[in-house]
Design a protein around this ligand. Structure first.
Ligand code: GDP
Length: 473
């Protein structure tokens, strides 16, 4: 299947090259060359077996010239002939010694011989243009490279395997089926006959709308799994927030500076529990007692924690049942969104003579869906249970039969837009609206689903997707 897209690079006439390994020095570097002249261009710099005669998907040792026609390095050329290649074009991968000098000189030699330096994601974009990947699969290539936890990796692998595309295509096909029933009716509208059974159409459309909504509802979890689950620790001064953070981080403490979707210089405390990354947000201030957040009250802290998926609300035994406690609880429950899970953590139980009684008080004060856990951050007690609870809070959503998870914000918005259009279809059917209006809303829903896999797309969408890729991908 070739994607029928506008001025994109189907059958591109130029040959592109880029370093596909990480920038900088390495044991080896791989330079990828793709396009109609790939084999010919590399062949002109190559000393070894003639590349245009060798079989596809084979690797050969040889020497390669730099831009001054002197031998630059010894390396391996792997030749892939179109169409069964990643890009769908003739491709050569040159593995050379990984010095920045060799990489740069080899690129210069390739450009002198007729290549162009590839733009960000251009190899993957060509793969899409040549029908080797659909858009969700192309996006999964970027995600798989960026994945830093097992959960994020598994999501990307599932998407690259085409799981999401298959589900979306199935929904779209069902909508096309409904649309065809309506179009048939439109063709015969002169005769004023109603062919399509409205009850049947309503049942079919409701079923699809439910499925679209259910897919969209997995996004909160998918996004958290992909980028790391944001967790906020809040509570009055001196309840032990920074101690708890340190206890949780323990030896697993990691600083992540390059979480996809956040700025590159963001430094966050993260832990990995059962393959899921948890990111503690706004924790830098917790380590300084002079942090203004400590002094400006809990409301402000909750505001800062709005982006959290899990809030750890820390309380101490002497705090339970006081006016202050009640007020904080009201503020927190009134502020947090449906997607946020609250866990009440009772800290300093080592100071409590009857911790079970205190915990029972706490539980009775909390809404039913809020978990309460006793810990001693100082003595490292209850911390493992808290870790398990954090992980279970996220995986609970996954065990409820939702094996397909939407983790990409573009897909999420397209599903939401499709759902809005489908609701108009349903209300049109319910109010016996003109068939052509219903058909129009139906086409809109089909359009939104089609943008996910890229069977309908625009240069703008493609540009915004591929500009986030690295060069060489
Ligand atoms: P924060 O202001 O909420 O960040 O609180 P800190 O983490 O700075 O802790 C305030 C004080 O409580 C410090 O003196 C800690 O040593 C103490 N503390 C924290 N956790 C515990 C605990 O589990 N048990 C006891 N006894 N003291 C604790």
């Amino acid at each position: 299947m070739e994607n029928n897209i506008t001025k994109d690079i189907i059958g591109a006439s130029d040959t592109i090259c880029a370093v596909s390994t990480a920038p900088g020095m390495g044991g080896i570097a791989v330079i990828r060359i793709s396009g109609p002249q790939a084999i010919d261009i590399v062949g002109r710099l190559w000393h070894g077996k003639k590349l245009d005669t060798i079989a596809t998907h084979t690797a050969h040792l040889g020497r390669i010239d730099g831009p001054d026609s002197e031998i630059l390095d010894q390396g391996v050329a792997t030749v892939f002939r179109a169409p069964n290649t990643f890009t769908g074009e003739d491709t050569v991968e040159l593995s050379v010694h990984g010095s920045p000098y060799i990489q740069q000189q080899l690129l210069a030699a390739l450009v002198n011989t007729g290549c162009r330096i590839a733009g960000p994601g251009e190899f993957t974009r060509r793969a899409f243009a040549n029908g080797r990947l659909d858009l969700t699969e192309a996006e999964a290539v970027a995600d798989i490279i960026a994945a830093s936890s097992r959960a994020a990796h598994n999501l990307a692998v599932s998407q690259l395997r085409g799981d999401l595309s298959r589900s979306i295509d199935a929904l779209r096909d069902s909508l096309v089926h409904i649309a065809s029933m309506l179009e048939l009716e439109l063709d015969f509208s002169e005769e004023d006959v109603s062919f399509a059974d409205r009850d049947l159409l309503t049942r079919l459309a409701t079923d699809i709308c439910d499925k679209v909504d259910s897919m969209a509802s997995t996004f909160a979890t998918g996004d958290a799994l992909r980028r790391g689950v944001p967790v906020a620790i809040i509570g009055r001064p001196n309840v032990g927030k920074s101690c708890l953070l340190n206890a949780l981080l323990g030896t697993d403490r990691a600083i992540v500076s390059d979480i996809p979707g956040t700025t590159r210089d963001t430094v966050e405390d993260t832990i990995d529990i059962n393959g899921i990354t948890f990111r503690f947000i706004d924790t830098a201030g917790l380590r300084h007692t002079d942090d203004p957040v400590e002094t400006i009250g809990i409301q402000r802290a909750i505001d800062k924690a709005r982006t959290a998926r899990i809030i750890l609300w820390l309380v101490t035994p002497d705090n339970i049942g006081t006016d202050d406690f009640e007020e904080n609880l009201r503020e927190i429950t009134a502020t947090i969104s449906d997607d946020t899970r609250l866990i009440a953590v009772l800290n300093k139980i080592d100071l409590d003579s009857a911790p079970d009684v205190t915990l029972a008080h706490l539980v009775s004060a909390l809404p039913q869906n809020v978990t309460a856990l006793p810990v001693s951050a100082r003595l490292n007690k209850g911390i493992d249970t808290l870790r398990v609870t954090l992980s279970a809070t996220i995986t609970a959503g996954l065990d409820s039969g939702e094996n397909l998870i939407v983790a990409n914000v573009r897909h999420y918005h397209a599903l939401r837009d499709a759902s809005v259009a489908l609701r108009r279809v349903l209300s049109g059917l319910a109010t016996a609206q003109y068939t052509d209006l219903i058909a129009q809303d139906l086409r809109e829903a089909i359009h939104h689903l089609s943008t996910i896999t890229g069977s309908i797309t625009t240069d703008n969408i493609l540009d915004s997707i591929f500009e986030h890729f690295c060069i060489g991908k």
